[in-house]
Design a protein around this ligand. Structure first.
Ligand code: ADP
Ligand code: MG
Length: 595
């Protein structure tokens, strides 16, 4: 979503929430004020949690810790007569600091380990608060000092209520701002394909920690509001039940969507109150709701409503615009690389996987302004070489130098930003994002922003035959479009070296021709282009120099005409094709790695 669309959505939600949310206050309905206040406090936390789970894909099982630490810090500081503003700063600052440290320690191990680590750390914090009774009141809890500003009380549900509504509005706009920022786009790329994002220059760890810390700000603010509302807190505010509740709210409403966060908070808070008559059966109903939400994917009520809407629309239109989409002609433009011109020199690279020696001492140099074909039978180590150059795997031995810069040992995102971009043998896309969202984060990593970044991204699409596809979801694109979109995305980094792993696989003759024209333009723009390809007429017609790999070693190198006549190559490679694999662009090796 663009910045404007994001802010507009936040504004709509804000209006609805303020209008409906003010009702209990205007009607002075005590019971509903109480429910509204706690629902509102949770809503602020869930909106923030959506940035963590929904937008970055980080399942934190201990998010209530930030909520609880915020509530306790605020209460303790206020008890010590610290001025309100300072108490708020402390109550938000401490959880954010905590999030930073937890992030640095645990986000290196993502996914399941991250979830378990956050769960454990939250439990440790809860126990510390419980045992530290001199300050926190221990298991018995502590009362929260009253907050009065200009003789107006902000304590208790009705006192805190306007403050909660105001905070929700701020939270909605803050979410819209972060989500539509460069950071938000990088986060969604990480969520949908961590490795692909990393190879495209996205610093995964830094992006994840930033989003995690921002999520903690929301949770801490929510904790302060919750403390004010209840005027009393005990260690149960950071019990893992509360973390699970946050997750349930988001999943039921629809993770990844701001409306989903809001709806989830309302449904999960109100349902037990409205269904009070079914008594303890509620717990079972709750379980069923969560199961349904999980089965429906991460998209919850909002996703379900969206699907329904799409279906109705399609029934009316009978057809989707995407089917039968064909590539546009490529527009003329240059792809000038950033920085100085350098050769990429691979020397003595070895890499083994268990018993398999995938690369056995490979030396090869890629020159600027040259198309270099890297060929060899299936399993000869071509993809592994690309993976080693781009930092997906570290080499067991050997060096990869871009000019004077050693690339081995660096992270994929660093290598990408240093000027070495790539595509993958098996297309890697950020599932749920549009074509533009695939290209924009990479354009932004070169320093362009706002309208300029958008224009550059659109120009890259036009130059790769993808004019008019910017707002389509990649899930609905034909194969050839995906292939070219990956090239556009790699070119957004303004690379010196571009490594294309079987770019023409699955392309028609016409589409390959278009690909060939783009590659020739890159050659004119002085990029070093490396093309791995099984389609010999295509790649040998394109390249000036050829390197042939066989079982992890270079078995021949030279001009295309020398290579086709080389008996060693015919034996190892072309001979293999005669015996059945001729012209088959599909990699038939056991591809344990998806790269
Ligand atoms: P190519 O791209 O030339 O077809 P690859 O580089 O994919 O070949 O594979 C070279 C060899 O290394 C193959 O035997 C393959 O099975 C093995 N290999 C590649 N990646 C991995 C991995 N991640 N784990 C184990 N073996 C791998
Ligand atoms: Mg391969």
């Amino acid at each position: 979503m663009s910045r404007a669309a994001s802010l507009r959505q936040a504004a709509y939600l804000a209006v609805v929430i303020v209008v409906i949310g003010s009702m209990p206050l205007l009607l002075d309905a005590g019971f509903y004020i109480q429910i509204g206040a706690t629902t509102g406090a949770f809503m602020v936390a869930v909106i923030g949690y959506n940035l963590v789970l929904g937008e970055t894909g980080l399942l934190s099982l201990g998010h209530a810790a930030f909520f609880g630490v915020g509530a306790y810090t605020f209460s303790v500081l206020r008890t010590e007569d610290v001025p309100t503003l300072l108490a708020v700063v402390g109550a938000i600052g401490l959880p954010v600091l905590l999030a930073f440290f937890i992030g640095v320690i645990t986000l290196r191990v993502r996914h399941l380990y991250f979830a378990i680590a956050t769960f454990s750390i939250a439990e440790i914090i809860r126990n510390v608060i419980r045992e530290w009774d001199g300050v926190t009141g221990g298991v018995l809890g502590m009362s929260v000092p009253r907050l009065e500003i200009f003789d107006r009380s902000f304590s208790g549900a009705s006192g805190a209520y306007p403050l909660i509504l105001a905070t929700i509005v701020v939270a909605l706009f803050a979410h819209a701002y972060v989500s539509s920022s460069a950071l938000g786009r990088r986060a969604r790329a990480v969520r949908d394909d961590e490795l692909g994002a990393e190879a495209m220059g996205v610093p995964v760890l830094r992006t994840s920690i930033s989003m995690f810390m921002i999520g903690a700000v929301f949770a801490a603010a929510a904790g302060c509001l919750y403390a004010l509302t209840l005027t009393f807190i005990d260690p149960s505010v950071l019990h893992y039940h509360e973390s699970i509740l946050l997750i349930a709210m988001l999943i039921v409403g629809g993770a990844g969507s701001l409306a989903g966060a809001v709806i989830g908070a309302v449904v999960i808070s109100l349902a037990p109150e409205l269904l009070r008559f079914i008594e303890h059966w509620w717990e079972i109903v709750f379980g069923v709701i969560i199961m349904l939400a999980i089965l429906s994917g991460r998209r919850g009520i909002v996703g379900f409503a969206g699907d329904l809407y799409q279906r109705v629309r399609q029934l009316r239109r009978h057809t989707t615009a995407e089917s039968g989409l064909s590539l546009a002609e490529v527009s003329e433009r240059s792809f000038t690389p950033r920085g100085e011109e350098h050769e990429l020199v691979v020397s003595g690279v070895r890499k083994s996987f268990g018993g398999v020696q995938a690369l056995d001492g490979v030396d090869v140099t890629f020159h600027p302004g040259e198309i270099h074909a890297l060929i060899g039978p299936n399993g000869s180590g071509k993809s592994t070489l690309v993976n080693v150059i781009t930092g997906i795997y570290g080499p067991d031995e050997g060096a990869v130098m871009l000019g004077q810069t050693a690339l081995q040992g660096r992270r994929p995102d660093e290598i990408a930003r240093a000027g070495v971009a790539r595509t993958f043998q098996h297309t890697r896309t950020f599932e749920e994002l549009t074509v533009l969202d695939h290209v924009l984060p990479m354009v932004e990593s070169t320093g362009l922003q706002g309208v300029q970044a958008r224009d550059e991204a659109l120009s890259l699409l036009a130059a790769t035959g993808l004019e008019g596809t910017a707002d389509l979801a990649v899930g609905r694109l034909p194969h050839a479009h995906l292939r070219l979109m990956e090239i556009a995305r790699a070119l957004a980094l303004q690379p010196r070296v571009l490594l294309l792993d079987e770019p023409a696989a699955g392309l028609s003759g016409e589409e390959s021709e278009l690909l060939g024209r783009i590659i020739r333009q890159l050659e004119r723009d002085r990029l070093a282009v490396v093309v791995i390809e099984h389609n010999m007429p295509f790649v040998l017609g394109l390249a000036e120099s050829v390197t042939v790999l066989g079982e992890g070693s270079v078995i021949a190198r030279g001009r295309p005409d020398e290579i086709v006549n080389d008996p060693v190559v015919q034996e190892a490679y072309l001979g293999a094709e005669d015996s059945g694999a001729a012209g088959d662009p599909v990699d038939t090796t056991d591809n344990r790695s998806e790269q």
